[in-house]
Design a protein around this ligand. Structure first.
Ligand SMILES: [Zn+2]
Length: 387
């Protein structure tokens, strides 16, 4: 195995409180790292760094764990720019727009879907993302969900079956039949290429009872549950997520005290999606309130053509700080270690010996610049699995 010394790091965020300054971010100044195979082999002050086969000088830039984007919808064709224009002119966002993407996605070839998703994953990597969760859900026939998941699974181990995105138009008036399909033969066909099962549980999509049936069927097939919850209204989906030990409930815009308390006492993460709130001009999820109550909060892009067409975690960090009142440190943690928790992963989101050598190099003296300099491409390099 060859080793590489990542040297002359001005400020290193490890997310390892036992390291560095003992804060949650575990900051080490004047730092270095040795990486080999796909792992971190040594972390510390550069003055004490061991020898390695090769050396990369980062010229005092900042290093942070690679962003973990735990919520995206990348399997689709076409875009919905016109819908965005209408929304900015005052048309409210509804779940119904998903149908427009459905038609284009069903007509698209496998190659078109693969190329589009790959392009978006590359875009994510260029802004520092090293792990991404990808959902199906723009096919909504068994064949289209299977081919969507095949693309997702080829790009990430964190692939999610979202047959329950909306009830497609051909099942209008036959909701129960569609729920049976999603929880039955469509699930059977999709499960081999999925790690997760998700339900869009909200107004215009699926209710809590339907979501429970679908998620329990997925759990019985060995999939792990997560769900879209309380984006448009308070449905009870957050409590359902806690009851089912979902890894994450995502959006969390409409929350009462009981919802927040339930999350705080659970292993379920609240994933907030500032890009969606920004792009739909909705009220922001109250991340401040949840963090203060002891809820573990993750940040993700929700990248999708309808409500949040951004791949940029730095953008989400900036908006989370500006509009969700997270501190820059909290936002960075939520975009890295928080995302890892939302995917129930302990090998990513932290830079410590034995963890994956996944990190982003920030051309700035501190991670704070991610929020302080919004819209500026500060990520100068992204390393995944030590490459
Ligand atoms: Zn989503």
């Amino acid at each position: 195995m060859t080793t590489t010394l990542i040297d002359n790091i001005g400020l290193l965020v490890t997310n390892d409180p036992s390291n560095g300054d003992r804060s949650v971010l575990g900051i080490v100044r004047d730092a270095a790292m040795v990486i080999g195979a796909d792992r971190v082999m040594w972390v510390g002050r550069r003055a004490r760094a061991p020898e390695a086969d090769s050396r990369v000088d980062l010229d005092r830039q900042t290093v942070v764990p690679g962003f973990v984007d735990s919520h995206s919808h990348l399997i689709f064709a076409a875009d919905r720019a016109e819908e965005f224009v209408a929304r900015m002119a005052g048309t409210p966002y509804t779940a119904g727009g998903i149908s427009a993407t459905l038609i284009a996605t069903r007509e698209a070839s496998d190659d078109t879907l693969r190329l589009n998703a790959s392009r978006l994953v590359a875009e994510m990597a260029s802004s520092g993302t090293t792990t991404v969760e990808i959902k199906s859900g723009y096919g909504l026939t068994t064949d289209d969900e299977v081919r969507g998941l095949a693309v997702a699974h080829s790009l990430t181990p964190e692939s999610t079956y979202l047959g329950a995105h909306v009830v497609p138009i051909e099942f209008q008036g036959r909701r129960a039949d569609y729920v049976s399909l999603v929880a039955g033969s469509m699930l059977d066909a999709c499960a081999p290429a999925a790690r997760w099962i998700d339900v869009f549980c909200d107004r215009g999509a699926f209710d809590v009872d339907e979501a429970r049936v679908i998620l329990q069927a997925g759990i019985a097939r060995g999939l792990l549950p997560r769900l879209h919850a309380h984006q448009l209204e308070r449905t009870g989906a957050v409590q359902l997520g806690v009851q089912l030990d979902a890894a994450s409930v995502d959006h969390c815009n409409h929350m009462n005290d009981a919802d927040v308390d339930a999350l705080a006492g659970s292993a379920t993460v609240a994933t907030v999606l500032p890009g969606a709130d920004f792009s739909t001009r909705s009220g922001y999820a109250d991340a401040r309130r949840m963090i203060d109550a002891g809820v573990v909060v993750a940040l993700a892009t929700d990248c999708n053509p309808g409500s949040s067409y951004t791949t940029s975690m730095p953008f989400c960090i900036a908006v989370a700080v500006r509009d969700m009142h997270m501190t820059p440190a909290e936002a960075l943690w939520s975009a890295t270690a928080g995302g890892a928790r939302a995917l129930r992963r302990d090998d990513i989101g932290v830079l410590a010996v034995g963890k994956r050598a996944d990190f982003a190099v920030i051309a700035a003296p501190s991670y704070v610049h991610l929020a302080y300099r919004p819209g500026v491409a500060l990520v100068s390099a992204t390393w995944k699995s030590a490459r």
